[in-house]
Design a protein around this ligand. Structure first.
Ligand code: KG4
Ligand code: ZN
Length: 340
């Protein structure tokens, strides 16, 4: 089976082709960052319109490259059906559904977070099942017990801001351009550890819940209190990154202990953070556990991960009707386990 996958849930237009035997044959991505930068965040209507412009050329490009590498027809189409911006999702869903209809092949709507969770399966050493997953993106912070593809039990979530949101909002307070997360991480590299100590909420309490909204207020106070030199701005960034990374590490190790599992998957945009990767890998090793990440380019939104999830479900015989459906909200634990 060979799947063409389309991702358009937010501000990235992405297309990939994944072959059951040959693996990932082609993938392309167009980021809308420049388009939204002027507004300091994603403008949903602009996002939808740009997906309409970019998706079909991306599909053409990927198919041309796929045919050059391994000629043969696409036998299924996968697309992100939710959660995400509804207009953006509908552009991808309509294109994917139409292509599948024209080609006479099945289509499958994929849960965006299931895509993130399964992205490490594309790596040379994929994670074993069962494992614990820390899913940290712009919209979600979740600890999940993953029994198999589609078997997701949420162990803990953020009560307010997601980890990526905490990066982005504090970056904005520091005057960094959208999208702030990667920029804040870069600035933190020049910061002195311990110069600012920001709250690490919920670490003193048992449980696997997160809360990141207090971080914004603490950073706002630090930024307003004085005129920040370049060094102090870097120190604040360092303080923010350390607070978020410490919290994610402590709770992840706690989830490994609570479940008795020794494999941890970390995925979603924030898993691209190199400080998190280095420190978490070491902390887990001390505990006798191993951490699995997607390659950096598949940590943030991409279509390869949607192809992995779509291929697994199409192979199990699942497929959608002819209706074009997208869901702005879609609980992860409502998914059905994939039959083997
Ligand atoms: O998974 P993703 O690409 O999109 C969503 O599904 O939300 O995640 C985007 C989030 C943003 O909040 C972005 O700032 C954050 O991931 N992010 C990072 C880094 N790269 C992306 N946060 C911290 N450090 C990074 N290197
Ligand atoms: Zn995402």
């Amino acid at each position: 089976m060979r799947v063409l996958a389309i991702e358009s849930s937010c501000d990235e237009s992405a297309v990939a082709v994944l072959d059951e035997r040959a693996g990932l044959i082609a993938h392309e991505l167009f980021s809308q960052v420049e388009l939204h930068r002027l507004y300091g965040g994603v403008v949903p209507e602009l996002a939808s319109r740009d997906h309409v412009r970019k998706l079909l050329p991306l599909v053409r490009g990927v198919l041309a490259r796929a045919a050059a590498v391994a000629p043969g027809a696409v036998t299924g189409v996968a697309y992100t059906a939710g959660p995400g911006l509804i207009g953006a999702l509908l552009t991808g869903a309509a294109l994917a559904r139409s292509l599948a209809y024209a080609w006479g092949v099945p289509a499958i709507g994929v849960h965006h977070l299931e895509g993130h969770l399964l992205a490490p399966l594309l790596e040379a050493e994929p994670p074993p099942f069962p494992h614990v997953a820390l899913l940290v993106s712009g919209g979600h912070t979740l600890l999940i017990e993953v029994s198999g593809i589609g078997g997701y039990r949420v162990l803990g979530a953020s009560r307010d801001d997601a980890a990526g949101e905490a990066f982005d909002k504090t970056a904005k307070l520091l005057g960094l351009p959208y999208p702030g997360g990667p920029q804040l991480a870069e600035l933190a590299g020049a910061g002195r550890p311990g110069a600012f100590s920001f709250p690490r909420p919920m670490l003193d309490r048992p449980g696997l819940e997160f809360s990141f909204s207090g971080l914004k207020t603490a950073v706002l106070h630090a930024v307003q209190a004085r005129q920040l030199s370049a060094q102090l701005r870097a120190d604040v960034a360092r303080g923010v990154e350390d607070a978020i990374v410490d919290t994610l590490i402590t709770k992840s190790l706690r989830a490994l202990e609570a479940t008795g599992l020794d494999a941890l998957v970390v995925s979603g945009g924030v898993s691209a953070n190199r400080t998190l990767r280095a420190r978490l890998t070491e902390a887990a090793r001390v505990l006798g556990a191993r951490v699995y990440y997607p390659r950096i380019e598949f940590s943030t939104d991409n279509a390869a991960m949607i192809a992995v999830a779509g291929l697994a479900r199409l192979k199990a015989g699942e497929h959608d009707t002819l209706a074009i459906e997208a869901r702005a909200q879609w609980p992860l634990d409502s998914l059905a386990p994939v039959a083997h």
